[in-house]
Design a protein around this ligand. Sequence first.
Ligand code: DC
Length: 224
Amino acid sequence: MVPVITLDGPGGSGKGTVSRLVADAFGFHILDSGAIYRVLAYAALKNNVDFADENALCKLALSLNLSFRPAGEGVAAILDGEDISKEIRNETTGSNASRVAALPSVRTALLDRQRAFQQEPGLVGDGRDLGTVVFPDATLKIFLDASAEERARRRYLQQKENGNPQPLEEILAEIKIRDDRDRNRPVAPLKPADDAVVIDTTEMTIPEVVERILSLASDRGIGS
Ligand code: DC
């Protein structure tokens, strides 16, 4: 079986950065499942698909001409040949992604697309339901958490670095709304899998989190 490490958790818990570093350590592939939901939300807006029209969103999810390719430190999202990585990274798209992601048939439509990432020599995937739904047999399941205040602070610093800062209180309010929607939806809600290791990163540095995961992975025979 091709090994899979899943990293689930709320926005701002450090999943993206940590999964990239863990994937690099093992030379594994990366799946940023949130980017798929973001691309879908972006494509829906572009094609005037109503966020309440589950059927149309489901069709769009099945027909997305989407690929990812390595770019700098991360991966670029390519939709119909166009690099839309920047366009999908704002909070409006994040919030729209959370809305389309609450629709059961949309989630089902995106399952095969996500599972196709499980390829030799291994995969590190991050999202909300990778350990609970997408890869229930994953070799190692991690749930990264952090207080909403700390996650808002991290996002604020990230945006400042990218030159488009937003007031901290505004970010915190958005984070709380999105958390609430992701945690309380009836299908594939954000929660740790029963066999996940929960790591609270509020007071941890990124290298500390990565070290912890690498050690857990090696306990499970990954990389040996
Ligand atoms: O991780 P992210 O912020 O890029 O994800 C954007 C939204 O997509 C998130 O608020 C909920 C949804 N999502 C999901 O429902 N399931 C996943 N596996 C990943 C993301």
